[in-house]
Design a protein around this ligand. Structure first.
Ligand SMILES: C[S@@+](CC[C@H](N)C(=O)[O-])C[C@H]1O[C@@H](n2cnc3c(N)ncnc32)[C@H](O)[C@@H]1O
Length: 267
């Protein structure tokens, strides 16, 4: 588990730590149980910088959009791209009328299989999401929800657009929900020494979310949320009055609001 695959352990750990506090954000007991079963030095991840808050907050927000889609489309397909070790299918616990696919690299999926039980109408696919042959395993006759959390920044723009176009061209209707970095954020994160040392490449930054409507025919932006200025996130991260004031000032700056966005598109 190296490079971007190792990040699935980081995000799992953030959710496990959240489950251990008195008032958790996500309360993901499945993540907590999984972390206890993995022999890995999680302590070296250095979560003092807020990963135990940002990661469960990000997951909870995307869970909310996923629940809304499933409530409106109880007979549908979910493609959870770059699922890592995330336990979304257990948190959301969709009805059996939903076909749910978790997709990640083969070695991540192999670890998933050892950690989590099987469920009805649930399948895991070990493949790069950009090798589009995996889509041949998935029936394409229902509305589809595509969830990609902490993924698209690792994909090249061309490969991501080919994947999006293939999905919009194959399924009758659906939604895409994902978090995206701005181009500046992609560049800033790439400069972080730990990221450089890990060899991870951050490739795709989205400047203007409306651009995607032109790049992927049929796609329509229905929501764009500035993650770093979400009030509950600011509240949880601000331990001092100074930090609260600083966040308030930064939150008025356009570039800051664009650094990380949660995007929701329909087609
Ligand atoms: C930051 S983790 C996020 C995992 C999970 N979505 C979560 O939020 O906990 C990124 C995940 O994307 C996966 N990933 C990155 N590029 C991928 C690709 N081309 N195909 C499949 N999975 C990919 C990695 O293996 C990793 O599990």
């Amino acid at each position: 588990m190296t490079k971007e695959k190792e990040t699935s352990l980081m995000t799992l750990y953030g959710k496990a730590l959240d489950n251990r506090v008195e008032h958790p954000i996500l309360g993901d007991k499945f993540a907590d149980e999984a972390v206890k079963r993995i022999d890995y030095d999680f302590a070296r991840l250095g979560f003092e910088r807020g990963g135990h808050i940002t990661l469960p907050m990000r997951a909870r927000h995307l869970d909310g959009w996923a629940r809304e889609f499933i409530a409106a489309n109880p007979v549908s397909t979910v493609l959870h791209l770059g699922c890592g070790l995330d336990t979304r299918v257990f948190r959301i616990d969709p009805p059996a009328s939903v076909l749910w696919y978790d997709i990640d690299y083969p070695d991540v999926i192999e670890l998933r299989r050892r950690l989590y039980p099987e469920r009805q109408n649930y399948a895991m696919i070990g493949s790069s999401v950009t090798d589009l042959r995996w889509l041949e395993e998935v029936p394409s006759d229902r509305p589809v929800l595509v969830i990609a959390e902490g993924l698209v920044m690792y994909l090249s723009e061309d490969a991501a657009l080919a994947l999006f176009r293939r999905i919009t061209g194959t399924f009758p209707a659906g939604e895409f929900v994902f978090d995206a970095y701005s181009r500046l954020m992609t560049r800033l994160i790439s400069l972080v020494p730990a990221v450089r040392a890990s060899g991870i490449t951050l490739a795709w930054g989205i400047g203007d979310p409306l651009e995607l409507e032109k790049q992927v025919p049929g796609l329509r932006l229905v929501d764009s949320v500035s993650f770093l200025t979400m009030p509950e996130l600011v509240d949880r991260l601000s331990v001092s009055r100074l930090q609260r004031v600083t966040s308030g000032v930064m939150g008025r700056l356009g570039f800051y609001r664009r650094l990380i966005r949660h995007l929701r598109y329909r087609f």
